[in-house]
Design a protein around this ligand. Structure first.
Ligand code: GAL
Length: 444
């Protein structure tokens, strides 16, 4: 009996992703550390308190596991509030801590990608108006320069800002993240400043490190028309897609920021051509129906279809084909692509392994269509603090026991290790980990 083997190109990079605040613990100086102490902000009163204790040194054991599992890259972030606790005052111990972490990755044969901003801000920056104040652009540039000058011996792959769209939306439109504001105009202002800060950092990084690869990682949430034959659904869905994510790579490509909503059009000087790679964070899709009762979401009601398979919290639809579609779209910007995040947060282990098989299969399809995707970072290596969801949604390859800090591999960790080590996905793996998917994935 022949077993089908999906082979990835030699040198394809397999890894996992984490973010400072979600794994480190012991943070004091950031807006999130403060926000978590306010009642009602985090599900079940969770907090990142000790988290995965990376600040206490447990990154070592997690990196050991990643290396033993065949991962060859890891995306991590640095916490601005630790490195620059006061304006232009640098904490050498914190910088040294990060230096040890990135050299620790190299020692284990793992290439680091470092994200400079992953949702959290120093309190001094917040006092100056955070991302609402245009001064943030030069503050971020100064911070980027410092980080690159200290970590640059070990790192040349940089993601400036993670999911500027999710950050701006949750912090300034929905108000569920700090600073908790609800004003769509501030949401656009924040994105505008993030694009400019990215561009300033892009130039600074290249000045210090001409060979650096610098990109961003927006969240690409697909919006599909609920009734494909109803023109208004398609129109509103495309409006949402353009406003939520398409505007970001377009601005970095052309220098023009176009938000269909509010008719925001602007040329941002120095922003064009500041993307060496396109980082894609993909978790699923929503359906959109035109609905006059939903002005806040551009007259589109978004939901999951009745047939959709969703996680136990009802947040994300398991829609692996979307990963292929997103890669195909991203390729239109003419840059190499890295899947900077993709994963599945659920309490159903069967669905977690099915999700992995489905997404990796679509990744393979993309690679075989010659789409320039070069790396895949699974979110996440170990269960970590999921922002307003606290510890109620678990994404880890490794399960974390918060009481004891013990890590236990999930079935998905074992499957992922097989994929990483062999650089393949096989029908035989699918049969062992999720036999129910075999007839559809490998018919015949
Ligand atoms: C992304 C975010 C990560 C993580 C992930 C899973 O939006 O960048 O920090 O929380 O979602 O929910």
């Amino acid at each position: 009996m022949i077993s089908a083997t999906h082979t990835f190109p030699r040198g394809f990079k397999w890894g996992s992703a984490t973010a400072a605040h979600q794994v480190e613990g012991h943070a004091q100086n950031s807006d999130w550390a403060q926000w978590e102490t306010l009642p009602g902000k985090i599900k079940e009163n969770g907090s990142a308190a000790v988290a995965c204790d990376w600040w206490g040194g447990r990154w070592r054991e997690d990196f050991d596991r990643a290396a033993a599992d065949g991962q060859t890259t890891h995306r991590l972030s640095v916490d601005w509030s630790r490195i620059e606790p006061r304006p232009a005052v640098w904490d050498d111990e914190a910088l040294d801590h990060y230096r040890q972490m990135v050299s620790g990755l190299r020692e284990r044969g793992i290439e680091p990608m470092v994200t400079l901003h992953h949702f959290t801000n120093p309190l001094w920056l917040v006092e100056k108006g955070g991302w609402e104040n245009p001064a943030v652009v030069s503050h971020f540039e100064r911070f980027a320069r410092k980080v690159v000058s200290v970590l640059g011996d070990h790192v040349d792959w940089w993601c400036t800002i993670n999911e500027m769209n999710v950050y701006a939306y949750n912090s300034y439109a929905e108000g569920i993240w700090p600073p908790g504001k609800k004003d769509i105009r501030l949401c656009f202002t924040a994105i505008r400043h993030m694009l400019m800060a990215h561009a300033a950092a892009y130039r600074a990084i290249h000045e210090l490190q001409p060979h650096a690869r610098v990109g961003v990682a927006p969240n690409i949430l697909l919006f599909d028309p609920a009734r494909p034959d109803f023109a208004l659904d398609a129109r509103v869905a495309s409006f949402q897609a353009r406003s939520f994510y398409e505007a970001i790579p377009q601005a970095l490509h052309t220098g023009k920021l176009l938000f269909p909503v509010g008719g925001w059009r602007e040329r941002l000087p120095g922003v064009a051509g500041t993307m060496d790679f396109f980082g894609v964070n993909y978790y699923g899709r929503r359906l959109t129906a035109f609905d006059l009762n939903h002005p806040g979401t551009l007259f589109g009601r978004t939901f999951h279809s009745a047939e959709a398979e969703v996680d136990n919290m009802g947040l994300n639809e398991l829609y692996p084909e979307g990963l292929f579609r997103v890669i195909k779209w991203a390729a239109g910007f003419g840059k190499p692509i890295a899947i900077t995040e993709n994963g599945w947060g659920d309490n159903d282990e069967g669905r977690r392994t099915r999700a992995m098989l489905g997404h990796v299969r679509q990744l393979w399809r993309a690679v075989n269509f010659n789409l320039p995707v070069q790396a895949y970072f699974y979110w996440s290596l170990v269960d970590n603090f999921e922002w307003e969801r606290g510890w109620t949604q678990r994404f880890g390859l490794y399960e974390l026991d918060l009481e004891t800090q013990a890590r236990t591999p999930r079935a998905a960790a074992k499957l992922y290790a097989e994929i990483c080590k062999s650089n393949t996905l096989t029908a035989e793996m699918a049969a062992r980990y999720a036999p129910e998917v075999v007839p559809a994935m490998f018919p015949g």
